[in-house]
Design a protein around this ligand. Structure first.
Ligand code: 4GS
Length: 252
């Protein structure tokens, strides 16, 4: 799958994609990452990419000419790619969308602003507007990298075992159960005994119960879309009992 970033700071992208899993994926040709810099398409003496905002007021706006010339170039590089503009005004990214983007098999072009907003006519050229959350960053590069990273995990061969991409948190709308490795005791805190028992049925039940507990505690709204499994009802009842016992113990 090919990714093209339209960015004034290509180093940010190239650095992030040169290490770890993405670095290896790029080296093995599983993904290709390229950048087009709108600055290269500026025609004035100062090579400016922004201008004052129409209607007055502080702040600058990214000019349409340079970004859209860069977009034309990007479309030449990856014909048929989906164009995603990174903006806090966009749809908030969820794993379902990530999965959809990966399954579509289409290459991706990311429009990344920096410091300031896009002229609306740049946004009109995008197929979708994506946000990674309700907060304001200095640029769209980090959000675009987040999208690419999340999508790339689904490309066969990028992760060690292909099952892992779909097994993670959110795929089934539950948070992950707690994990432990050795040592069995660390500064007085111990690994739950069941995990050392070798009883795989019991371990499976414990993990499911702890995933439900974590989700109930930290992200209860996710439970509305969870996929129920046999035995979940009993686990919920057990969690409820434990909660009752704990609050009773507090009162005592
Ligand atoms: C986000 C975000 C963002 C907004 C870019 C201000 C520079 C900045 N983009 N998800 N101008 N959150 N963009 O904060 O996508």
């Amino acid at each position: 799958m090919e990714f093209v970033f339209i960015t004034l700071f290509p180093e940010m992208i190239q650095n992030a994609c040169s290490v770890s899993i993405l670095g290896r994926a790029a080296q093995e040709g599983l993904i290709s990452v390229r950048c087009v810099n709108p600055r290269d398409y500026a025609t004035d003496r100062h090579r400016s990419v922004d201008d004052t905002t129409c209607g007055g007021g502080a702040g600058m706006v990214l000019k349409p000419q340079t970004y859209l010339a860069a977009l034309d170039r990007a479309r030449e590089l990856v014909p048929g790619a989906l164009v995603a503009a990174m903006t806090p005004v966009g749809e908030q990214l969820q794993q379902e969308r990530v999965c959809g983007l990966a399954k579509s098999g289409r290459d991706l072009i990311f429009l990344c602003g920096h410091y300031e907003g896009f002229d609306e006519r740049i946004l009109m050229e995008a197929d979708l507007r994506l946000s990674i959350g309700d907060f304001v960053l200095t640029g769209g590069e980090l959000p675009a990298l987040c999208v690419m990273d999340a999508v790339a995990r689904f490309i066969p061969g990028v992760l060690g075992k292909q099952v892992s991409a779909e097994e993670d948190s959110f795929h089934y709308s539950l948070l992950e159960y707690p994990q432990y490795t050795r040592p069995v005791e660390y500064h007085g805190k111990t690994v739950p005994e069941v995990l050392l028992s070798g009883d795989h049925a019991k371990i499976g039940q414990w993990r499911r119960k702890e995933a439900l507990r974590a989700t109930l505690r930290h992200r209860p709204e996710l439970l509305r879309q969870m996929q129920w499994q046999k035995g979940d009802g009993r686990l919920f009842l057990a969690l409820k009992e434990e909660k009752k016992e704990n609050s009773q113990a507090e009162k005592d």
